[in-house]
Ligand binder design. Structure first.
Ligand code: HEC
Length: 199
């Protein structure tokens, strides 16, 4: 009997400890984050998730393009014109091209420009609620309710993040300094030729 009881007690204690450890992690994951924790998590997700690759204008260094830290996530720079290109090169099955900021893209869908994700009311997402931000990325619609989002915005993958992750991204974006930068409207495929000098 003694021989049996000893391992059984150890096993019970071990199981209880495991249960306790598990419930602690569960609690940790479900606990509501403070504003600062949410912003920090959002910053981590935005940096690791590559949002700057398209949404931030670039400065060129010897090692190539890096996000311009003075206007992070402010989108395709207002007033810049796309470099000259041959519209025949971007027909279906040919090239997809982007300009030097990786923010203006030309492809079979026409021309798309990475949006201003800073909280500027007029030109960014300042007036977008948290709920509509989540909807934008879940459903791939402009401002949550508008036209379908164009390539290469990878909303199909980003939209699969958890509610908490998307809310964290929103909290971080809303904590950025608002930058006034009016990104141009997208151009439909039949108008792409009008946008370049080479026709
Ligand atoms: C490969 C380039 C690319 C990457 C990477 C990218 N985006 Fe975008 N994003 C775009 C483009 C281009 C648009 C504009 C699409 C359009 O006009 O339909 C856009 C649009 C958006 C919009 C819609 C804005 C609005 O006002 O409705 C949101 C929100 C957004 N992106 C968030 C993100 C976040 C968050 C990340 C990173 C997790 C990210 N994007 C990564 C290219 C990109």
């Amino acid at each position: 009997m003694k021989n049996f009881l000893f391992p059984a007690t150890i096993l019970t204690i071990f199981s209880l400890l495991m249960l306790f450890a598990f419930s602690c992690t569960q609690q940790n994951e479900n606990k509501t984050m403070t504003k600062d924790e949410l912003v920090a998590k959002g910053k981590y997700l935005v940096n690791a998730g590559g949002c700057n690759d398209c949404h931030s204008p670039k400065v060129y260094t010897d090692m190539g393009p890096v996000p311009d830290s003075t206007r992070l996530l402010s989108g395709y720079p207002q007033g810049e014109t796309l470099p000259e290109f041959d519209p025949k090169m971007v027909q279906p099955g040919k090239w997809v091209m982007c300009e030097g900021n990786f923010a203006g893209w030309v492809g079979p869908w026409g021309i798309s420009y990475a949006a201003n994700l800073t909280p500027d009311n007029a030109t960014g997402i300042g007036t977008l609620s948290e709920e509509m931000f989540v909807k934008t990325l879940r459903e791939g619609k402009w401002m949550g309710v508008g036209r379908p989002l164009l390539p290469p915005m990878p909303w199909q993958g980003i939209g699969q993040m958890t509610d908490q992750d998307l809310k964290a991204i929103y909290a971080y974006l809303m904590s950025l300094p608002p930058i006034q930068n009016e990104v141009p409207q997208p151009v439909p495929p039949n108008k792409v030729g009008d946008m370049t000098m080479m026709k």
